[in-house]
Design a protein around this ligand. Structure first.
Ligand SMILES: [Zn+2]
Length: 434
């Protein structure tokens, strides 16, 4: 029997258990109006957008198709690299170089009869609000915080209190090594990704003194080679993290130091990982998180059980597989001073002796802002603009002035914009450092 026949023969069995869940009434359905057939039909007509067709995205697409969603769109700008094949299981060697969204859509359509998947080989920023308005549900499987913040700000911006269908639930999955999270955001109703930005704080650096005097982990020895030994000995004019010769030099230095402090575990791969800040992608974590996300999608669409994210409910599930398995689900509160969904200016602790340059640079490292190219205005004037070039040149002299010289004082409000979040102006209220 050809393989296609096998799938056809198993079609009714494939949906049997799903239909048990979505076509029967339960403790959370309203018995007066519940009609199981309508639920299944509504799900089939629902337009769902999947953002990302990588490690998480492949899982999400497959899970949604097998959960009874039949009209799915997927966006991904990337093409398939050979290193994706160990975990992005919708891709084969012959697909290397092709667009992820396109190949993933074709694969799932072939395997799950009746599902239509429309691929978009582009960036999410290439579409406007009209495009996003056509969907009833969005599921994100991204590895970029910037892209998450962009789609979050866009969805919050789209809310029109008088139009119920302008509220687009966003289900967001994320993984980092053995850790992951699944959360549901109802724009302007629950806490949003910007409210939760501190959950993605850049990892704390190891203090230099630990590296210099008492390394405890193999990573400390590698960082020592990277930060201290390289600078002292300058074996090559500048460090190229993709040059095997450079990594080998760091690896050997780290090895000697680890030997001195009797620390095991230094390998070439670890050296490369630490220096390039690579976090291994774990297929099992992706599948757990994608399953949690698609479970939420099914609950939202079929109303068969309470989903994460309803007001006053838990909205954030974190998962850790580092030391055995641990999950914790909690309610992340909405923040009144959230620059995207709140309406109060956020307090910003400053020193009036700082130069504007110091303030500009501080926005990149503050966990609650993480803005890499901020432009700043005060109530009455432009302080610094990153673009266009003419305004940049005109406002550049301000960078060397102190905040006091620029006429700023405690209680003043400033607005900060960044090209990564075109629609958002982050409002801050200055407060003096004690
Ligand atoms: Zn928010």
């Amino acid at each position: 029997m050809a393989s296609a026949d096998v799938y056809l023969a198993s079609e009714p069995a494939r949906w049997k258990y799903l239909d048990n869940v979505r076509t029967r009434s339960g403790p959370h359905t309203n018995p007066d109006i519940f009609d199981g057939k309508l639920v299944a039909e509504a799900m089939e007509n629902m337009k769902v957008l999947v953002i990302g067709a990588g490690g998480l995205g492949c899982e999400i697409l497959k899970n949604l198709a097998l959960s009874g969603f039949k009209n799915i769109h997927v966006i991904d700008m990337d093409t398939i690299d050979i290193s994706n094949l160990n975990r992005q299981f919708l891709f084969r060697q012959a697909d290397v170089g092709s667009f992820k969204a396109e190949v993933a859509a074709r694969f799932v359509q072939r395997r799950v009869k009746g599902v239509k998947i429309t691929p978009h080989n582009c960036k999410i920023q290439d579409f406007d609000e009209d495009f996003y308005m056509q969907f009833q549900l969005l599921v994100c499987g991204l590895d970029s915080i910037e892209a998450r913040r962009w789609i979050n700000a866009t969805l919050v911006n789209m809310v029109d209190e008088d139009a119920e269908d302008s509220y687009k639930p966003l289900i967001d999955g994320g993984t980092e090594g053995f850790k992951g999270q699944a959360r549901v955001i109802i724009p302007t109703v629950t806490s949003c990704i910007e409210c939760q930005l501190d959950m993605h704080a850049p990892r704390a650096a190891v203090p230099l003194c630990t590296l210099a005097s008492i390394p405890r982990q193999p990573e400390h020895c590698i960082e020592w080679a990277h930060v201290i030994a390289w600078d002292k000995e300058k074996p090559f004019p500048s460090l190229d993290k993709d040059d095997p010769e450079h990594i080998t030099w760091l690896y050997q230095k780290a090895l000697i130091r680890a030997h001195e402090f009797k620390i095991p575990g230094i390998t070439y791969a670890l050296t490369q990982g630490v220096v390039k800040n690579i976090i291994p992608a774990i297929a099992a974590t992706n599948s757990v998180i994608a399953a949690a996300c698609c479970n939420e999608a099914l609950k939202i669409a079929a109303n068969c059980a309470p989903c994460l994210g309803f007001p006053d409910e838990n909205n954030y599930m974190m998962y850790s597989g580092n030391d055995s398995i641990y999950t914790y689900t909690f309610r992340h509160e909405k923040k009144d001073d959230c620059p995207v969904c709140g309406n109060l200016a956020r307090e910003l602790i400053v020193d009036l002796d700082w130069t504007l340059r110091e303030l500009v640079e501080s926005f990149a490292v503050r966990p609650e802002s993480q803005l890499k190219k901020p432009s700043i205005r005060s109530d009455h004037k432009t302080l610094y603009m990153q673009s266009p070039a003419s305004l940049e040149a005109k406002s550049r002299p301000n960078l060397d002035k102190t905040l006091a010289e620029l006429g700023l004082s405690s209680g003043d409000e400033i607005g900060v914009t960044d090209p990564a979040f075109a629609t958002v102006s982050f409002k801050y209220k200055l407060k003096l450092q004690k």
